[in-house]
Design a protein around this ligand. Structure first.
Ligand code: ATP
Length: 463
């Protein structure tokens, strides 16, 4: 059976495969690249869509108590003041170059007995270099910077009179500022949730590890509104932790590479009453994949205070309350990266070495590839085309491939994780059956054309 691969850096191999096979490209590559940005190629974009569809299925489509929202990326600067993001990120920060944890430069210096009063940013940097200071974990540090994670943009037509706005640093606030709108339009009973998928932007000091830490990324979030009574001492929080972990495993990721980790009090974001991460065991250690946070009434209370607009919910008994929020939130890029890392295997099949992405069929970007056994036999090609066209109507992620010999086509499809390859041969012309080859085992089965679509769809459904 297959083993996880041996020699070579698994991340480098994955990055190379992603480029070679059209999953992911460096952002603005022809101009030397723009750090912290990646572009999704045809297969990466399909994989992204499948992960989003699966997320929607769990958090929206199969529930009665959640609503979809799609808020603007550009938001009023006051939003970020109220949410605590503008204040929270204007400290002189240094970042551990290995763990990417950030520290207050002034605090680290004070711990070394340095009087930081009146020290400029440059002076702090000089002092840290003089003292050869390392992070608390013993790793090198970046230069100190006055740091605001929010990405700024200017809007307005007149140069010089542009208004500064922030691209959203998290998608959450788009939901919180619309809480009242959703309540007034739909009168949902508590508990209920608002789900959103969308882009967020962060001026990460050190982007890196491929899709793991980037400056532009997509988040998938559910904000679930409850009351202390509904929470009943943590019942809802535990429930959403369970749903989130189940969802992550459902990407096809092995359970032993996923775990929960509770944030220590000092790690928690300014809004969090409690916070747990789902972590994935990457080649660079256990890393955050997803967060389940108890936000309390922080967001609604702050927006009420800053906007002057009541954010209260009126209960059946006429009481006006600020609900609590449990959020389950994760990055799409990280989900895609971890799905790919987990699916990546190198093994041997029929005495030949191969790279194979063992995607769960329901997640795989391409589900089926159809080949004519030989490219130079018009009757075979015509038959294969008709099989392909019929199948593509039922399963849009069907691919035509007639390049090279069958062995090469299998290798190519294995490398992009196509679960099923269908070959049209001379017997097909006689008896209307085709060979279906399964990616992981290489097992081949003869299937009647009349049953082909059903056969493949059932396999995908039960994967
Ligand atoms: P980290 O500690 O890794 O910076 P975070 O705790 O700041 O992440 P959250 O604010 O909780 O992250 O964001 C929710 C999710 O968004 C994370 O679990 C992660 O999947 C994703 N995410 C956050 N920052 C990035 C980033 N720079 N690049 C890619 N995904 C990110």
């Amino acid at each position: 059976m297959a083993t996880k691969e041996s020699s070579g850096d698994p991340m480098e191999k994955l990055v190379a495969l992603c480029k070679r096979r059209g999953f992911i490209f460096q952002g603005s590559e022809i101009y030397g690249g723009l750090a912290g940005t990646w572009d999704y190629g045809p297969l990466g974009a399909l994989l992204n869509e499948n992960i989003k569809k699966y997320w929607r299925h769990t958090f929206l489509d199969t529930r009665e108590d959640t609503y979809l929202l799609d808020a603007s990326i550009m938001m009023h600067p006051q939003v970020w003041k109220a949410s605590g993001h503008t204040e929270g990120f204007t400290d002189p920060l240094v970042e551990d170059k290995v763990t990417h944890k950030r520290y207050r430069a002034d605090h680290l210096l004070e711990e070394q007995g340095v009087d930081v009063h009146d020290l400029s940013l440059e002076e702090m940097g000089k002092k840290m270099a003089e003292l050869k200071m390392k992070s608390p974990e013993g790793n090198p540090l970046t230069e100190p910077k006055i740091f605001n994670l929010l990405v700024e943009a200017g809007i307005g037509a007149v140069e010089g009179a542009k208004e500064k706005v922030y691209l959203r640093g998290e998608i959450t606030q788009g939901v919180q500022v619309n809480f009242k709108n959703v309540v007034d339009a739909f009168h949902p009973k508590l508990p209920f949730g608002i789900a959103q998928i969308g882009k967020a932007f962060r001026n990460e000091i050190v982007p890196g590890n491929f899709l793991f830490r980037v400056r532009e990324f997509e988040q998938m979030e559910l904000q679930y509104y409850i009351t202390p009574e509904i929470e009943e001492g943590g019942r809802q929080y535990e429930y959403w932790k369970g749903v989130s972990m189940h969802w992550y495993q459902g990407l096809g990721i092995s359970a032993e590479r996923l775990r929960f980790r509770q944030h220590e009090a000092h790690e928690r974001a300014h809004y969090a009453k409690d916070a747990w991460d789902i972590e994935y065991h990457t080649p660079f250690g256990w890393k955050e994949a997803w967060g389940i946070h108890h936000r309390g009434d922080w967001d609604l209370a702050r927006h009420q205070e800053h906007s002057g607009v009541p954010m209260t919910y009126t209960t059946d008994s006429g009481e006006k309350i600020l609900p609590w929020i449990i959020e389950t939130s994760g990055g799409l890029g990280r989900a895609l990266l971890f799905t790919m890392l987990d699916a990546y295997h190198e093994d041997e099949i029929g005495g030949e070495k191969r790279v194979v992405l063992r995607f769960k069929p329901s997640i795989a970007p391409i589900k089926v590839a159809v080949f004519p056994l030989l490219k130079n036999k018009p009757e075979l090609v015509a038959k294969a085309r008709s099989v392909y066209e019929a199948l593509k109507k039922e399963i849009p992620e069907t691919l035509w491939d007639d390049n090279g010999n069958i062995g090469k086509r299998y290798r190519r499809q294995d490398e992009i994780g196509t679960p099923f390859c269908i070959t049209v041969d001379f017997d097909t012309l006689e008896n209307n059956s085709v060979t279906v080859r399964e990616r992981d085992s290489g097992a081949q089965e003869r299937v009647a054309l009349a049953e082909l679509s059903f056969y493949v769809q059932e396999k995908i459904r039960h994967s």
